[in-house]
Design a protein around this ligand. Sequence first.
Ligand code: 1BN
Ligand code: ZN
Length: 394
Amino acid sequence: MKKKMDYFFRSAILIFIIFFSFSIYLGDPGLNYFSTQIQIEKPLNSQLLMNTTLSDQFNSTKAYKNIQTQLDFGYRIPGSNENLECASWINSEMQKYGESALYNFTIGDIECHNIISRVNPNKSQIVIFAAHFDSRAVAEKDSNESLRNTPIMGANDGGSGVAVMMEIARIIALSKINWNISFWFIFFDAEDQGLNNGISGINGWNWCEGSTYMMKDMKKNPNIYFRETQSLKTINSFILFDMVGGPDLQFISESHDNDELRESVFRIGQSLEYTNEFPLDGHEYTIQDDHVPFANEGIPTLDLIIKFWDINSGWPYHHTQGDNIAHISEESLQITGRTILQFVYETYNPEIGFIKKFTSENTFFSSPFVIGAGILIIGISIAAILKKSASKRY
Ligand code: 1BN
Ligand code: ZN
């Protein structure tokens, strides 16, 4: 009888552990699972909440000039003077709107510089906007073979995201809204030097070196990045701007992205009548970009990026000498900037009385492989324990 009870209790404990583990697996490992989640509410009628002042303040002429200024520094290749001069300019411009600092790191013997600028640095909830400011050292996709080893201007690939973000920062910082959010503007170095068509930007480098380094460093030295009440878990959303300035703008869906965040932004784009730019029924593609290290930590991300690899898709200049100011559309900068400011207003305006939490999806623990491996390990453990109990009984 005692053995039977022993067997019963062992099984009950095992079943409890399995169910408890799974409830955590399927819960929200990227966010604070044990804390109360703020209720998600969609505004009943987003039209009612329209604030024409915030999104209408986006000045596309200023954004366009922000691209030209970056190009005036020259090629912003990691380790070059031009790169550092551009980084210093971004940093000093951003200091007008809040605090801003360079975060230096090295790859091999090359000095690189990420920049983080913060508006409202002390609020615990963080919203991140990001772009890379380095420009590619080679034009490996140029139709003219003799140009494939020459650096590109990166007016769109690099320049456009930085330019739109600087203008968004200006408007958020100068607005009279009493934000309960820390807005971070991250300018990554060393994004665009990986290997493509057998040609590297910088030998031996991967894509997204700057963001990969930052995430490693954030986990190792959180105090350098976060205030006391902040952590990776208080990052509410992360939006990346990559090639947002070409004509015939059409953003794609990226597989690391958070569906709810994408849907919110794309619906707002649609409500502003940018229906071609923010298609809701698009195919999902997978792209290595600066949002991936953040998505892998369970942070809700959105990569605003075009189908840059398809020469028939409206902007055929990716990694060619055509990525220059002649192929930038001020209207595309305006469409991107206005949509994101409207998203910020509808999602984070404290007068509306809610902070939207985007459900975390893309974590290590939610990958089918990891879940499968977990089930296998649990199955083997059950079998081993049952076997042990059975052999004890007889
Ligand atoms: C994505 C956006 N990438 C750079 N900016 C990385 C990449 C470039 C991946 C070319 C594949 C091909
Ligand atoms: Zn690129």
